[in-house]
Design a protein around this ligand. Structure first.
Ligand code: HEC
Length: 146
């Protein structure tokens, strides 16, 4: 009985330290988990964002941008850019609504840079620079958010 109680106490004492450590560590882990990639803002570097679109916005260029968008982007972003393409449901974070004020307020250079870089489940666009700038022009003609 006595031995049992001591053993119990010993377990109780040594058991307290790991428990305390576990508590401290889980408390520290909470902020790290809260900053998951889904909530981390995606901001283009200032230099890239300042790059002007070298293409004149002609109806032909916008049309070229549109057909490239339908071929390479709409499966995720949806035909009107609302982030509702057939593949959207499988993506985390969800593909952005490209017609939203948050996206439309970004410069042509910033959108070009994000298209070129990709992030997470968004692949870097396999397009020439000229084609990417044409897609940017098309993005400006997307219908407004639903
Ligand atoms: C396989 C799906 C997929 C394809 C294809 C795709 N995107 Fe995306 N896109 C995403 C996802 C997912 C995000 C969100 C990424 C993030 O925030 O980490 C995103 C984000 C973006 C953003 C950033 C919006 C913001 O938050 O500022 C732009 C711009 C964009 N996509 C444009 C395009 C264009 C243009 C194409 C075609 C050339 C394209 N995407 C192709 C999935 C895709």
């Amino acid at each position: 009985m006595v031995i049992d109680r001591r053993a119990g106490l010993a377990v109780g004492r040594t058991g307290a330290l790991p428990l305390l450590l576990a508590l401290v560590m889980s408390a520290a882990a909470v902020p790290a988990a809260a900053q998951g990639s889904s909530v981390k803002a995606w901001v283009a570097p200032e230099r890239a964002a300042r790059r002007p679109n070298p293409l004149a916005k002609t109806p032909e260029v916008v049309k070229r941008g549109e057909s490239l968008f339908r071929r390479d982007c709409a499966q995720c972003h949806g035909p009107s850019g609302h982030g509702d393409g057939p593949q959207a449901a499988t993506l985390q974070p969800a593909p952005a609504d490209l017609s939203s004020a948050r996206v439309q307020s970004q410069t042509d250079g910033a959108l070009f840079w994000k298209m070129s870089q990709g992030r997470g489940m968004m692949p870097a666009a396999a397009l020439s620079d000229g084609d990417k700038w044409a897609v940017v022009h098309f993005l400006r003609s997307l219908p407004t958010p639903r």
